[in-house]
Design a protein around this ligand. Structure first.
Ligand SMILES: Cc1cc2nc3c(=O)[nH]c(=O)nc-3n(C[C@H](O)[C@H](O)[C@H](O)COP(=O)(O)O)c2cc1C
Length: 304
């Protein structure tokens, strides 16, 4: 069993937000496929339609996406989460709700509504543009802005709180220290990398309707592992290491960098929820083959 911010997981593999997490049926299906916990798609206080298609592209080294945080709003999301929880609880699979906002007020009000669904953990996606800052920089790029959101949510929610950071922060360790001091129970590291762009050379324009999007999948694994490593060296909080994990060996890299649990998103794009059973099997086989007694025995060992 894994202890993530006081919540028990049957294994360390967690569905990342935004993939297979928009409705209760898919969340329950991912739980049945073997996930240790599942994260729902991020929601905001008000509904958002997101960007027009195409919004997601598999370009070979991973995905590029600009979904535009499409979601039904916090009230409808709370309904969905209640249904998901009813299906996940009998399986013993914890549910993580994800919330985002453009201001501290929006975060706080969305969290108040989501709490009514009684998720096991809440994750704050602070990697979206922030209208409180000049030029709409994401909260996650600035230690003070990130701490401000965390503190505001902490004032209305006492449960397990993950704060999701960005690999684009110039000094992710300082952002991690700030959210830890502001009351985070754990850190999800990380959101997508970029933005990037993929151009259709025949159409002679970018493929995504939004032109640019976040990079995920195998191309970002080394960046995500380095982020987890830096955060583990900076704070004493559980880390949900996320970004580019598609094999058991990738997952073990995250654990050795200091992660308590491992998020998986893009791997489901091609393979579906069966990715969980496969990655878990690969992880267990690798551990046995190398003679590692337990995840606890190797967690953070790359720090020497
Ligand atoms: C299509 C897509 C949608 C995503 N939507 C969200 C989201 O709503 N909220 C969020 O915090 N992260 C979102 N992410 C980021 C993932 O949760 C994850 O942090 C990132 O993709 C890196 O992990 P991966 O390489 O395993 O996909 C999204 C990623 C993808 C590919």
């Amino acid at each position: 069993m894994i202890d993530l911010c006081g919540v028990r997981l049957r294994n360390p593999l967690v569905l990342a937000s935004g993939i297979w997490g928009s409705c209760a049926g898919t969340l329950v299906r991912v739980g049945r496929a073997g996930a240790g916990a599942v994260t729902a798609k991020s929601c905001s206080l008000e509904p958002r339609s997101g960007h027009p298609n195409p919004t997601v592209l598999d370009w070979g080294g991973g995905l590029i996406n600009a979904v535009g945080l499409a979601n039904p709003g916090a009230d409808a999301q709370a309904e969905m989460l209640r249904t998901a929880r009813a299906g996940l609880a009998p399986q013993g699979v914890p549910l993580i709700a994800s919330v985002f906002g453009h201001t501290r007020h929006e975060f706080v009000e969305a969290v108040r509504r989501i709490v009514s669904a009684d998720p096991d953990l809440i994750e704050l996606n602070i990697s979206c543009p922030n209208v409180e800052a000049e030029f709409g920089r994401p909260f996650a790029l600035d230690a003070m802005a990130a701490a401000g959101v965390t503190e505001a949510v902490r004032a209305v929610y006492a449960g397990p709180l993950l704060v999701k950071l960005s690999p684009n922060a110039p000094d992710i360790a300082s952002v991690a220290r700030a959210v830890a001091a502001a009351g985070a129970s754990g850190i999800t590291a990380v959101n997508t990398l970029g933005p990037g762009m993929v151009i259709d050379v025949r159409a002679r324009r970018p493929i995504l309707s939004n032109r640019v999007g976040g990079i995920s999948g195998p191309a970002m694994l080394p960046v995500a592992v380095r982020c987890v490593y830096d955060i583990a060296a900076a704070v004493d909080l559980p880390i949900l290491g996320t970004g580019g994990v598609t094999t058991g060996e990738d997952a073990l890299q995250m654990i050795m960098a200091g992660a308590t649990a491992v998020g998986i998103g893009s791997a489901l794009y091609r393979e579906g929820p069966a990715a969980f059973g496969r990655i878990l099997h690969e992880l267990e086989t690798l551990m046995q083959g190398e003679g590692y007694a337990s995840l606890d025995a190797v967690r953070g060992c790359a720090h020497g």
